[in-house]
Design a protein around this ligand. Sequence first.
Ligand code: GDP
Length: 197
Amino acid sequence: MEIKQSQFIVSNEDYRKCPEHDKPEYAFIGRSNVGKSSLINMLTNRKSLAKISENPGKTMLINHFLINDQWYLVDLPGYGFAKRSKKLRARLRKIINNYILNREELTLLFILIDVRHKPIKSDLDFIHWTGEQGIPVALIFTKADKTRKHELNSNIELYKQELKKNWEELPKIFITSALKKQGRDELLAYIEQINKE
Ligand code: GDP
């Protein structure tokens, strides 16, 4: 699939106010600084599309981008911000959980993980939670250019070992680099394939 059109539509706190439509939604989530904006810009071939979600006030919102008039790319707020107050984190968690658990159009949730690090508890907890809730997910390991191959493989293997404790079948895994445009074709082909099903 080639992305010919990508357009910011709306930001929301409440999943019920998201666009009314029958188009599939592919949502992206991860810890702050994981490389989510860079990945979204890489996928859409836009220098600063995801910047819109970074405007003050929008980092805590659900941001919808319409792609090729066919599907929505949904930029979700990050989770696991240690620096934020407990109250704020609880509010964010509610926004995220309500969207993930209730949004019928949610077709697939991409969970982004910085491949330079060994498994982080908050990432594992979040992935396990999506599994328990029966949410269709895929994992995207980001910043592949920033780590050596053996370290990359070893970190991904550690994630797999952890996930195998709870998951019968592991989610699909992508390895990406926004810098090198690695993983772009695979991700878009995967979305296209699901859209056709
Ligand atoms: P976000 O907070 O998850 O949206 O993360 P950003 O996309 O803003 O990226 C955080 C930092 O990581 C920025 O300095 C990016 O330039 C850098 N970054 C993101 N993706 C990559 C990548 O694939 N390779 C490299 N080398 N740096 C990246």
